[in-house]
Design a protein around this ligand. Sequence first.
Ligand code: PAZ
Length: 326
Amino acid sequence: MDAINGSESFEEIPYADIKSFFDSAPSLGDAAETKIKEELENFIRRNSSPSENGTARRVVCVTSGGTTVPLEQRCVRYIDNFSSGHRGAASTEYFLKAGYAVVFLYRKGTCQPYCSSLPDDPLLECFEVSSESNITVHQTHAEKVKGAISDHRAAIARGSLLKLPFTTIFEYLQILQFIALSMRSLGPNAMFYLAAAVSDFYVPWESMALHKIQSASGPLDIRLAQVPKMLPVLRKDWAPMAFCISFKLETDTKILLEKADMALKKYNMHMVVANELKTRKEEVIVVTKNGNITIRRDMTHAGADVEEPLVKLIVDRHSAYISSQS
Ligand code: PAZ
């Protein structure tokens, strides 16, 4: 057994539950599905050729933000979670800087790469109408706005960043499957960095109310089904050679490492990043088969974050993984 590869034993994969999840999930729509598949195909083709220094390019799928769980088919209400998408957006910037191409699978409306230093409402706060036909950037925000626009445009123009939005758990898992199947051809050069906060429970489409649930009917009883675990099928079938990092969030520190360790073994992940809700911006613990590594934000630098050293560690481990496969 290779320490980096991990054990080859997979927990029993609930194929029947996975099939029934996808079979009953509302379709993304033919046009949307075709567009996503074409964008992915072009992106992977473009990033499959060797880079300028002759080495094969690496592609990472970064997932970011939380999935919603609709309560009605014509959805008025849904269950959501806390995730801001900061981790995914900041990590995307560092992966791009490290030379990776990034498929950024993000929740609509959450943090975006290169925007973390801008105010919450950049359009209204960064710009001013200087004359009837002219809009200018307010002096105090000029450098940050210029930096964000030029870094983002450069990543898109280089063909290094593909952004795919989702809202619901159904959209997220369907698009993740398309991404994984299209990245399969990259072998060990592919990586999954699964930072999205994905719902564990959902209302199956066929048992969901069609219309807005009426309050006149009294208190609401809803039975939520368990979302089938997709990590083992991602590892075993969708993209078996890819380097896979999942995240584990808990609020009870006493169970955090135990749960992360369980995920590492049960889902055959290469690394699991464990974090606690309150301290997630200060510290994470990377759980691996060879031991745990604590990564902390550099408290002596105001702008320092935990994602920079985290991505650096992961890039190094990915390099070792690629070498071990060649
Ligand atoms: O999105 P964010 O920056 O607010 O938080 C990041 C995070 C805590 C969602 C992520 O680090 C994470 O742990 N994701 C997996 C959560 C889970 O399903 O356990």
